[in-house]
Design a protein around this ligand. Structure first.
Ligand code: SAM
Length: 292
């Protein structure tokens, strides 16, 4: 363990000798508890508090400012669902950008497409990458990982320098506070549009459609002002509070609902296949009502 438990902030609490991580959901006035088997790493970077824990049930977990981000048990669901909808829909993605690095899972998913020449992963906090490399992921040994370029910068600044040069962009942003606040600004959506090629596609992580409805609503509304094709979609992620999670894909030309699903690298996925790809766009009525 890097730091003593005494330095931990409020979301780690001891109860009967056990350590628990409590994720605060202010929108529902509730907390979700994860039993911690081992606290492996804890530090404060200049941007946020980073910890790595072994949990009971979900395997190893990256936690930022008390919020679970990804686990070794179900991280494949998030990583596949943020990546493959856009990568499959675009006919030949060569240049890919990602804002928000974390354990870099989406960049490994994107490498499954032969056409990819370069992936820029833009992460504001280099420590998150270092910590994930040490505790969460092993080098896969895939020599195509040389296509991945790490850029340690604020994605809000980086995106302004990209003009008409990204085929696919994935916005793996954290919740709208701290360093990610700017990634929710109205102007950010325009910069994103300008960064994409004329048949470019972007996907945004857009929060819980159950208790974070304003994030989903605002993302759909902002993207619909710019892009001709905008679709929200959902999947179930057991670790995340409420289980159901949302994303929004926006495209200048190709419609995901008409994608050539033979392009999906199904041999190398654990969640997505042609059926789950299409089913993710089928929204329960309560979500359709939010978006009316
Ligand atoms: N899904 C990821 C994973 O698999 O680990 C979790 C990524 S987490 C949702 C979001 C990441 O975005 C964090 O690593 C955070 O440091 C980074 N981030 C937040 N604000 C950013 C910004 N303005 N520019 C670039 N990266 C940012």
């Amino acid at each position: 363990m890097t730091n003593n438990k005494n330095t931990l902030t409020g979301y780690y609490k001891e109860s009967d000798e056990d350590l628990w991580l409590w994720d605060d959901i202010p929108e529902l006035d509730m907390e979700v508890g994860y039993k911690v088997e081992a606290l492996l790493h804890y530090e404060r970077s200049p941007f946020q508090e980073i910890s790595i824990v072994d949990t009971q049930g979900f395997g190893r977990m990256l936690v930022l400012d008390g919020t679970p981000q990804v686990t070794t048990k179900d991280g494949f669901i998030y990583n596949e669902m943020i990546t493959h909808i856009a990568m499959t829909t675009h006919r030949e993605p060569k240049r890919v950008g990602m804002i928000g690095g974390g354990d870099c899972g989406p960049s490994r998913e994107a490498l499954k497409y032969e056409s990819v020449e370069q992936i820029d992963v833009v992460e504001i906090d280099q420590q998150v990458i270092e910590v994930c490399r040490r505790w969460m992921t092993k080098d896969s040994g895939d020599e195509r990982e040389a296509c991945i370029r790490m850029i340690y910068r604020d994605g809000y600044k980086w995106i302004q320098e990209q003009k008409n040069n990204l085929d696919v962009l994935l916005i793996d942003r954290s919740d709208p506070y701290g360093p990610a606040t700017s990634l929710y600004k109205q102007q950010f959506y325009q910069y994103v549009y300008d960064s994409l090629t004329e048949d470019g596609i972007v996907v945004f992580q857009s929060g819980s459609p159950f208790y974070n409805t304003s994030i989903l609503k605002n993302t759909v509304r902002s993207l619909s002002k710019l892009f001709p094709i905008v679709h929200p979609y959902v999947c179930s992620i057991p670790t995340f509070p409420g289980g159901i999670w949302s994303f929004v894909v926006a495209s200048k030309k190709w419609d995901p609902l008409q994608a050539d699903l033979t392009r999906l690298p199904c041999k190398d996925t654990k969640y997505i296949d042609p059926e789950t790809f299409l089913a993710s766009f089928v929204l329960p009525k309560y979500i359709k009502n939010i978006l009316k």
